[in-house]
Design a protein around this ligand. Structure first.
Ligand SMILES: Nc1ncnc2c1ncn2[C@@H]1O[C@H](COP(=O)(O)OP(=O)(O)OP(=O)(O)O)[C@@H](O)[C@H]1O
Length: 578
């Protein structure tokens, strides 16, 4: 938790001054029983109404001043805790943005979201409690005992017996329930995962009519969390009856022995009442301390989870102050004996990839599902770093480029068409804010999206809902292709990005990319042989390895995997005609 304290630096003033105001309130609270005692002994017992009014006035003044102090502290605590939460959240978000896909895969998006929301909320709450109660509660607990000793030392023996007993009960309950709080946070992660999957995959779930299954999955996760919460609840439910029983016995003892002391003239009635008040104050303050232990235990677990993210360094490091000079006449992209594994050296997703792509070439990448096509192209913009080997762009290792320089020359169209809420125009300008209307129009035309966008009543200003849900799969794909084309990238990578297009649109798209993007190096991943067969070069992947490289005709002659793919998808005539 201390590692996160640096984010409180800006709120040092609030963290120091806040507790002082709360301390003032606590001091006033400790004075009130003494005044009550005086009011009873000197006012009520003697019938001195004027004295009662004066003491009442002082109590009111103390109450109002205490309230003002509490409000000031509350405000300072809110400023510091909310500010702290905001700073940690934005720093964490910034840090997550430095992660490569490998770290995001490792944590999982739902867990990262829970850490950014629930865990930081927990920390925020702990900061507020730190300012409001961490000094006040122990001060009040100890202060009330000390005040009781000052009022009547012999009777304070009741405190010396009752408070360790209360502390013991609190200790037993806390040590048994605190581990459950840690478990509960993990279970919340599981609920978050099921919720996210269930909501983002709602269409698939409905299509398969599996709502019941999903509800059951959600209920299982929620029941699991509830079960733990109930177990903690049962333990916590013992807290008040046990501690109040001890306190009530202590009050009986105070009244009993206090009566004797009053009879023997050692104490006044008012002082006995003050004792009862101090007993109540001690107990309540001790319960607050116990709750603070819970709050800080939860916060410590949250801090560990947040720190885990902060301490994770991206496996894809950006070189500082990088500036590269392209090697003249080098291939545009070159893979030199590249292997990559997601989960350790035994299981390579791609292995010994070795090939070159020349500037302006259109390259098709084909292979069965899971053969490593997406992995191969994700290595180029360094979404992941190679496990061994080298990838060069213009003769320079991709690890020597700054991210801007590297990714700025690549237009990437991922497998899943992702659009952001806004307008069509804001989505198209995503990579190049200052794109001209002409550039946007050209990109839309190449991507075969111009017609349908122009037909929309609001054209480029048409709204895009979250995730582009108000567009069809094919429309979304065309818009994402257009978005990648707006910056006229030197390298265009299409990861099975035309899978939702009909054959005619797919053919028109390929034709226009070929015609309108001369000089652009194009990598086209596809499961369809018809999409890539006219490429200058085709790379055939099989189980992560290159099974063949060449033109359609060359591969038909030499590569069995390619022959099988073609024969399974194309008619004999299509296979043989260019
Ligand atoms: N994020 C990941 N974490 C772990 N393994 C992964 C990850 N992504 C892919 N893999 C594994 O790597 C291998 C290659 O996957 P990849 O997605 O590159 O194949 P692909 O040829 O693009 O498949 P498809 O055509 O189905 O998209 C597969 O065995 C897959 O299970």
């Amino acid at each position: 938790m201390l590692k996160l304290a640096k984010y409180l630096k800006k709120y040092r003033k609030q963290v120091i001054i806040g507790p002082i105001f709360k301390l003032i309130e606590a001091i006033f609270e400790l004075i009130v029983p003494i005044i009550t005692a005086k009011m009873i002994d000197n006012g009520v017992r003697t019938g001195n109404i004027g004295y009662v009014w004066r003491m009442g006035g002082i109590m009111l003044l103390l109450g109002v001043t205490g309230l003002c102090s509490a409000l000031i502290c509350q405000k300072l605590a809110s400023i510091a805790s909310q500010g702290f939460g905001t700073v940690v959240r934005s720093e964490l978000y910034k840090h997550i943005n430095t992660f490569s896909h490998a770290e995001i895969d490792r944590f999982g998006t739902p867990s990262l979201i829970t850490r950014m929301t629930n865990d930081i909320n927990q920390l925020q709450y702990a900061v507020a409690m730190l300012i409001r109660l961490v000094i006040r509660a122990p001060f009040l607990a100890v202060g009330a005992i000390v005040m009781a000793m000052l009022v009547d030392f012999p009777l304070s023996v009741v405190f010396l017996i009752a408070t360790p007993l209360i502390a013991f009960v609190l200790y037993i309950i806390m040590t048994r329930s605190v581990p459950f709080f840690r478990v509960m946070q993990k279970k919340l992660d599981a609920i978050s995962l099921v919720t996210r999957e269930g909501l983002s995959g709602v269409r698939v779930i409905r299509a398969f009519s599996k709502q019941k299954n999903e509800e059951e999955r959600f209920n299982a996760a929620a029941d699991d969390q509830t079960g733990t919460a109930i177990r903690v609840g049962k333990l916590s439910a013992l807290l008040n009856p046990l501690t109040y029983t001890i306190m009530n016995f202590a009050i009986i003892a105070i009244v009993w022995f206090g009566g004797w002391r009053v009879d023997s003239g050692g104490m006044t009635q008012g002082e006995v009442i003050a004792f009862v008040n101090y007993m109540t104050q001690t107990l309540l303050a001790m319960i607050v301390v116990a709750n603070l232990v819970v709050t800080f235990t939860k916060a410590a677990a949250s801090a560990t989870r947040v720190n885990e993210v902060f301490e994770t360094v991206s496996s894809v490091a950006e070189p500082i102050g990088a500036s590269v000079t392209p090697v003249p006449n080098a291939p545009k992209i070159q893979f030199k004996n590249v292997s990559f594994s997601y989960d350790g050296p035994d299981k390579y997703a791609v292995k010994n990839l070795d090939f070159s792509i020349l500037p302006g070439e259109t390259v098709g990448i084909i292979g069965g599902t899971g053969s490593g096509k997406s992995t191969l192209i994700n290595l180029i913009p360094r979404f992941y770093d190679v496990s061994s080997g080298e990838i060069l762009i213009d003769g320079v290792d991709v690890r020597e480029y700054s991210f801007d320089a590297l990714r700025g020359q690549i237009g990437m169209v991922p497998q899943e068409a992702v659009l952001f809420s806004g307008t069509i125009e804001s989505n198209l300008r995503f990579g190049k804010r200052d794109a001209t209307e002409k550039e946007i129009e050209k990109a839309l035309k190449i991507a075969q999206a111009y017609e349908f966008v122009s037909a929309l009543p609001q054209g480029l200003q048409s709204p895009v809902n979250q995730g582009g849900k108000n567009f069809s799969g094919g429309q979304k794909q065309r818009l994402t292709i257009a978005r990648a084309l707006v910056g006229s990238p030197q390298i265009l990578i299409l990861d099975d990005s035309a899978s939702a297009l009909d054959f005619a649109t797919d053919a028109a798209l390929r034709k226009s990319i070929q015609k309108e993007t001369s000089g652009m190096t194009v990598l086209m991943v596809s499961q369809r042989a018809s999409t890539i067969r006219r490429a200058d070069k085709i790379i055939v992947l099989d189980d992560g390895e290159v099974a063949g490289i060449g033109t359609h005709e060359q591969l038909l002659e030499s590569c069995q995997v390619y022959q099988e793919i073609c024969l399974s998808q194309l008619s004999k005539e299509e296979v043989s005609t260019k």
